[in-house]
Design a protein around this ligand. Structure first.
Ligand code: MIC
Ligand code: SF4
Length: 753
């Protein structure tokens, strides 16, 4: 069904040849990352010693994966590209649109009903263009990919920022916007700035309460949410080899939270065991045949500081379990310091809900280790004080853990098993009472904990930890409980201690599944009709964006000067808005509604410069659009952090915003803006952020000689008649400037098609 052994054979035939060619030009030992990148240069890209962080390089990924919430826009664009079939193996996964409310079965059948139009659309487009379709209930994209498609030494892109999960199996897997996926599916090369390389040397071995999750929680604390921007993180060392493949997947998956392009581990015995455990021993055999090419050169790992741009060392034997948060995934607390942090900061110590699962922590190992704690709770007569939910990552994992009795154990502890889907992780959570906006705490084994993300309540303090720590804290119902040192009072009034969690990396009886939920496409899809009703409020065919008018942009209004964190959740909220992911006009009504206006510290309240009145951001921008006036958005550091959703770039484009001018960008968002024909600019001098005033009229000058490496000029005309002229940097190369001129990258593919 799932993997394409022929394609993998081809990749493995080319890999040694291409690496040998790279060795000649680079002239020194190679990291694993370099090997895989060089093995995937597109036909046209000559092998040369690329400059890290500077050279734009064309690659040819082996496959594409898309999840339902982003696939809609990706495929609407693909339909415009004029091709009859996808050029590389591609899949769609229905995971984001299932709302968690009661439990797996009821929630799934409700979702199938509610999202029928969208699922039918995705199924028929997939069928038509040769794309594999994973039905709702089959699981979360990254788990399904890890189980079925990821392979050592491969390269894939996915329309989701957590695509790097496959790095756990030694694949370069990168999250992108739908427009990038559209290029690759159309057979075009995929462009990436040759990344910087961060090496993480893992020594020692995990034990006791510490889990793979704690490695990435610790790394997030060290590197922060922007420290990985433009870099690939390569893990190595004896500690790396001791981690299970799914544990490695967790680390790579959450590497999205440090802004890394992706993260990767080398091929080793654990990878081989996982491949065999998931029915792919033939791939393990092939990989064994070229094993030396599926890991970095020994010289690199012996003296990493000579080959990586930055090196971090973590001793797994000394690593403590961590809890990160609230409101940002990089606020890292070792468990021994967490209780004091909770008290000192006045965070609600009572824990309302513990949630395990998600794409990053829903493996057999995760679930079995969490279940060992649940079993102890039952045996030791502890009644879990918090609500507790479990989202399995795939039907295969769910079926297997059900067979092995773990779901029954959770049930005895009062846990609720949710559908194999993203659910609460992306705000698909009908959390009763959230609308009261009470201060409360939750803890999850997910990736992200931005304000409002899980339940829409800005006062929910969300923390991130391993499934083991989440389970222990849910049993205690108290964030200040440290399972390593503290006891709990059981229903008989006795003090009891939770022993260290235990689990299995892979099921001893093997994985099993009745219906994995896969639907293969038609061999010839030319007769398949894809229908989009013109009256639909969920799907809308795209119109091309207008080409650049050929002159400097003058007389623009300031739509909003966003202050502080402005993630894609702030720019294009998910949760209730996910339903409009296939309808650009409708989803544009959420544009920037979560961003904080620097002039009044309020969200979704900006000054309409035409009337002087304050109004909602989307409505204000629609007023400018109606008046034929362009605008700009100003932002702070790491603007567009988080997800790959290109809606965060398409909405401003659609509503007539011309430029986004910020202190710095997150990688995927910056590319998404460029693809859609927007100007993505950064302050040459970040302090110039302070010069812009609420009533400014803005000009962007220099576009007629827009060129790589040459800053543009932005003039802020203030209301008092004075002005400030500043330099704005950009990272457009010549090809990307052509996208801007054409109105979007897609406009160019359409012309060529
Ligand atoms: C997320 O975790 O934020 C999401 C929801 O998976 C997004 C994709 C989306 O917005 O659809 C991501 O990570 O890219
Ligand atoms: Fe889904 Fe959450 Fe993973 Fe995003 S981070 S893919 S929403 S489970």
């Amino acid at each position: 069904m799932a993997f394409d052994i022929e394609m993998i054979k081809e990749v493995y035939a080319q890999t040694p040849v291409r690496i040998a060619a790279a060795r000649k030009v680079v002239g020194k030992p190679l990291t694993l990352t370099e090997k895989i990148l060089y093995a995937h240069l597109s036909e046209g890209a000559a092998s040369q010693a690329f400059k890290r962080g500077t050279s734009y390089v064309d690659f040819q990924p082996d496959r594409v994966a898309m999840q339902d919430a982003t696939a809609q826009m990706a495929l609407l664009q693909f339909m415009q590209a004029g091709r009859s079939q996808v050029a590389v193996p591609s899949t769609v996964h229905c995971d984001h649109l299932i709302q968690a409310e009661i439990g797996a079965d009821k929630d799934l059948s409700k979702a199938k009903d509610k999202n029928k139009e969208v699922y039918d659309f995705l199924a028929s487009v997939s069928n038509k263009y040769g794309i594999g379709f994973w039905k709702p209930g089959a699981g979360i994209i990254h788990q399904v990919v890890l189980e079925n498609y990821a392979f050592p030494g491969g390269m894939m892109i996915g329309t989701d920022s957590h695509t790097p999960n496959a790095g756990g199996l030694g694949m370069i897997a990168i999250g992108v916007g739908g427009a990038d996926a559209c290029d690759v599916m159309a057979g075009l090369p995929w462009e990436l700035k040759f990344p910087k390389l961060i090496g993480v040397k893992l020594t020692g071995k995990l034990s006791g309460w510490t889990a793979a999750k704690d490695v990435i929680l610790k790394v997030a604390g060290i590197l922060t949410v922007k420290g990985g921007t433009g870099a690939i993180v390569e893990y190595f060392g004896e500690g790396a080899r001791s981690l299970s493949a799914t544990g490695k997947g967790t680390i790579c998956n959450m590497g999205a939270e440090i802004g890394a392009t992706t993260s990767i581990f080398g091929y080793d015995e654990k990878s081989a065991a996982y491949l065999s455990g998931t029915g792919r021993s033939d791939i393990a055999e092939l990989a064994n045949g070229i094993a030396e090419h599926l890991t970095g050169d020994p010289e690199v790992y012996a003296q990493p500081e000579l080959y990586f741009d930055q090196v971090i060392e973590i001793n797994l034997s000394e690593l403590e379990p961590h809890v990160n948060g609230p409101f940002t995934p990089d606020l890292a607390w070792p468990i021994s310091k967490f209780a004091a942090a909770v008290r000192e900061n006045g965070w609600p110590a009572k824990l309302d809900v513990g949630l395990i699962g998600s794409c990053t922590n829903s493996s057999y190992e995760d679930i079995s280790r969490a279940a060992s704690l649940a079993q102890q709770a039952v045996d030791k007569k502890l009644v879990a004080k918090s609500e507790y939910t479990i989202t399995p990552g795939s039907e295969q994992v769910r079926f297997t853990v059900a067979r092995d009795g773990f779901l029954d154990t959770f049930d005895k502890m009062g846990g609720v098993v949710l559908a194999n889907a993203c659910g609460p992780c992306i705000g698909q959570w009908a959390r009763h009472g959230a609308e009261k906006q009470e201060r409360n705490s939750i803890i999850t084994s997910f990736n992200r904990n931005f304000a409002k993300r899980a339940d829409g309540n800005p006062n929910t303090h969300s923390f991130v930890a391993s499934p083991e720590i989440v389970t222990a804290l849910a049993i205690a119902g108290d964030l200040t409980f440290n399972p390593l040192t503290d006891t709990l009072t059981n229903s008989e009034g006795n003090q009891v201690r939770l022993e260290e969690p235990r689990g299995l990396e892979l099921p001893t009886k093997g994985f099993a599944v009745e219906d994995a939920g896969y639907q293969a496409p038609a061999a010839d899809g030319s007769a398949v009709q894809v229908l989009v009703a013109p009256t639909s409020d969920r799907l809308q065919l795209l119109d091309s964006f207008a080409a650049w008018e050929g002159v400097d942009l003058k007389g623009l209004k300031l739509l909003i000067k966003a202050k502080g964190k402005c993630t894609t959740d702030h720019i294009s909220m998910a949760g209730p808005w996910l339903k409009y992911r296939g309808h650009l006009d409708n989803i544009s009504n959420n544009m920037l509604i979560g961003a904080v206006n620097a002039y009044n510290d309020a969200t979704n309240s900006v000054k309409n410069q035409l009337t002087g009145a304050y109004g909602e951001v989307p409505a204000t921008q629609r007023a400018y659009k109606a008046a034929g006036i362009g605008s700009i958005v100003v932002g702070d550091e790491n603007y567009g952090e988080g997800s790959s959703r290109e809606h965060a770039a398409m909405e401003p484009r659609f509503l007539g915003v011309r430029a986004i001018l910020v202190k710095s960008f997150a990688r995927i968002h910056e590319t998404n803006l460029k693809k859609q024909g927007m100007l993505a600019l950064t302050f040459a001098n970040p302090a110039d952020y302070d010069l812009i005033q609420e009533n400014d009229v803005i000009d962007i000058v220099g576009l007629t000689s827009f060129a790589p490496g040459k800053p543009l000029e932005v003039v802020f005309h203030h209301a008092d008649g004075t002005h400030d002229k500043i330099a704005a940097n950009h990272t457009y190369n010549q090809g990307q400037i052509e996208w801007f001129k054409a109105g979007s990258a897609l406009n160019l593919i359409e012309v060529k098609a």
